[in-house]
Write a new protein. Structure first.
Length: 230
């Protein structure tokens, strides 16, 4: 019997790389899906390509979506990225790096591709702890999307298949994600988290994503192979 196919949302960050590795460890054939959505920098897409290749993605689709035309986020408009915030500040409220409806947009495309691939499984590396307060990273959001997915598709309505949204990291801290990824052989040197890469190619070390990443590696007791400027 052929391996079951899973569509895995792959941003190039350490969470999605670990989610891909979990899918692979569970016996799925991974179809990586990334978005060129007009984000500030192309660095994370380069990482997504390298991670997909390193983890043996069956296919890697990079869809172009111009979310910059909509704007409304520090990642898609000319709004400064917050720097040097405390962990309490990072995990309270919804920051300006929130991209309006991003995971709904991404999961909708994953759902369409899954239906074409006759896949019943989508993996997304969201987590509720050590995250940036984005509403579309919560378990109740994912459950609601899964219900929608089974009402929205031909495969679901005809009862041929039932789609599952897998969130293997949702209740893990960043440190636990780092440990899980390391156990599964993820090369974190290929991943990228920083919202504001420096001209010399290093991570900034001060944005929310860099600070959460640093805390995760420190608590996991592992070195981060990606150098940071600060
Ligand atoms: Zn940064």
């Amino acid at each position: 019997m052929a391996a079951r196919r899973a569509v895995v949302l792959l941003s190039g960050g350490l969470d999605s790389a670990t989610a891909f590795a979990v899918a692979r460890a569970e016996g799925f054939e991974g179809y990586a899906l990334s978005f060129d959505y007009g984000q500030r920098h192309g660095r994370e897409l380069d990482s997504a390509r390298r991670v997909a290749a390193a983890l043996g993605a069956k296919e890697h689709l990079v869809l172009r979506l111009d979310l910059r035309a909509i704007g409304g986020s520090a990642l898609t408009a000319d709004v400064p990225v917050p720097k040097g915030r405390s962990h309490a500040a990072i995990t309270t409220g919804i920051p300006v790096t929130y991209v309006p409806a991003r995971n709904t947009i991404f999961l909708s495309h994953a759902l369409a591709w899954a239906e074409v691939l006759e896949s019943q499984d989508i993996f997304i590396g969201v987590n509720m702890y050590d995250f940036s307060g984005y509403p579309d990273c919560r378990a109740e959001y994912i459950e609601a999307f899964e219900r929608l997915a089974n009402l929205a598709t031909k495969a679901g309505v005809e009862g041929r298949s039932r789609l599952t949204i897998h969130t293997p990291l949702i209740r893990l801290t960043k440190a636990q994600i780092v440990k899980r990824g390391a156990e599964l052989g993820v090369d974190f040197g290929l991943t990228w988290s920083c919202y504001e890469p420096q001209p010399d190619g290093r991570a900034c070390g001060l944005c929310d994503a860099c600070l959460l990443r640093r805390k995760g590696f420190a608590e996991a007791g592992l070195p981060d192979p990606v150098p940071a400027a600060h």
